[in-house]
Every structure is written in structure tokens, then in C-alpha cells.
Design a protein around this ligand. Structure first.
Ligand code: ZN
Ligand code: ZN
Length: 225
């Protein structure tokens, strides 16, 4: 009768895979490998996700995508997924893999994380050039020159949304429509340090979805000279 050299269990207690009992074998041989970081592109406009092609968001589409991402070293494997948390910036998933190794039935479960990679799908990028998350209002003296300076700071920030999608001339100054709230914030802080002026921030509620509120940032920069 086989005795597991690691834990001392016998064939009467648990099936064996090679020299070891199933439990010890699975401990030492991770038969399911989940990538540390799984990024799924999601369009900020139409909310479709990219899983080899752009498709409407659905848990089924996510499942099919994940099936390709997991490396499973089990014969006759069947995989079940569930999604306990689907949030704005990502989702977590649980998996259960059933199958067998050398004829011994095994079941392995675990957890992984998906990150949404916010982007524009090609269709939306084409159809709606005016995407923005924040408005930087340039006020005070020389608004044109200041607005140019601010716009170039935006373009120099890192990230996919380092763009100004629209420039509007107003009586009071110039409004720059900026692709990313985070970038607008960073640029406002840079201007604050450079010119010693205090940015004035305000937020407008854009939509409320699934109990989550989305705000658009407006930050006013009042240049003194
Ligand atoms: Zn063992
Ligand atoms: Zn889209």
C-alpha cells in the first residue's frame, strides 16, 4: 500500500498521483495558472469590451475570454466561473476547475482579478471625437497664451487620455476639454506650484448608474498676470 512521503496519508485515505497523495501533489504542482494581471479593454463610450473583438459587455463574454487566459494542466477539464464583484475599475472572479490527472479526479478552485483598461473602441473614437472628463477653465490675463501652456502640459502627461478634445473661447476666458480627470488634476497642481494660484474645483454629476455616481470635474485657473 502506498504511503505519502510528505504527509503520511495512505491509499486508503486519499487517491494517489504518482508517489504522492492527491492533496500533496496539487500543493506542489499548481495545475491552474492564472495570469497576475488580466486586462480587458473597455470602451468608455459604448461600454463594449474587447475579447478578441469588440462585444457587448456580458458575463458570458468574460467567461469565454477567461477560459483562454487560464492555463489548465488537467485532463477533461471543465471550468466554472463566478463574478462576486464587478466594479468600475475591475472585477474579481472565482473559478472551479474539475477534471482528472492520470485518471484521478481533481478539483481546484481559486480567485483572480480583472482590470478594465479604459479606452475608446475604434468605432467610438471615430464617431465621437469630443470625449472629455474634465474642463480646465483658463481665466485672467492672456488667456490664449496660458491656455496653450496648459494644453501642452496636458499633452506631456502620461496616459491614453492626455488630450484636449475641444477648445471653447468664452467672454470670461478659454475652456479646455480634457480627456482625463486625473490628468486635469495633475496639470492644475503644476500650475498652482508654478504660478502660486489656487485652482478652484467643482464637480457636476453626470450620471448615476447602479448606485454609483460619476462626476465631471471643472477646475478654474485664475491667472493674475
Ligand atoms: Zn500527502
Ligand atoms: Zn465604443
Amino acid at each position: 500500500m502506498k504511503v505519502c512521503p510528505k504527509c503520511g496519508k495512505t491509499e486508503n485515505d486519499v487517491p494517489f498521483i504518482g508517489y504522492f497523495c492527491r492533496d500533496c501533489y496539487l500543493e506542489d504542482n499548481p495545475v491552474v495558472q492564472v495570469p497576475e494581471k488580466i486586462e480587458v479593454p473597455v470602451c468608455v463610450f459604448c461600454e463594449r469590451i474587447y475579447t478578441g473583438r469588440w462585444v457587448a459587455f456580458s458575463l458570458e463574454a468574460l467567461r469565454d475570454w477567461l477560459r483562454k487566459k487560464l492555463r489548465v494542466g488537467v485532463e477533461d477539464a471543465s471550468i466554472c466561473f463566478s463574478f462576486p464583484e464587478v466594479e468600475d475599475d475591475g472585477a474579481s472572479f472565482l473559478y472551479v476547475v474539475k477534471g482528472n490527472i492520470s485518471g484521478v479526479p481533481v478539483e481546484v478552485s481559486g480567485r483572480g482579478e480583472i482590470q478594465w483598461k479604459k479606452t475608446l473602441c475604434p468605432r467610438c473614437a471615430r464617431e465621437s471625437g469630443g470625449y472629455y472628463e474634465a474642463i480646465i477653465q483658463v481665466r485672467g490675463k492672456n488667456p490664449e497664451a496660458r491656455a496653450e501652456e496648459v494644453a501642452s502640459l496636458v499633452a506631456r502627461e502620461r496616459g491614453e487620455y492626455n488630450f484636449v478634445s475641444k477648445v471653447v473661447n468664452r467672454k470670461e476666458g478659454i475652456d479646455l476639454y480634457v480627456g482625463s480627470k486625473k490628468i486635469a488634476e495633475k496639470v492644475a497642481r503644476k500650475i498652482e506650484r508654478r504660478y502660486g494660484i489656487k485652482p478652484v474645483r467643482s464637480y457636476t454629476l453626470v450620471t448615476e448608474r447602479d448606485g454609483k455616481r460619476l462626476y465631471r470635474l471643472t477646475v478654474a485657473l485664475h491667472f493674475k498676470d
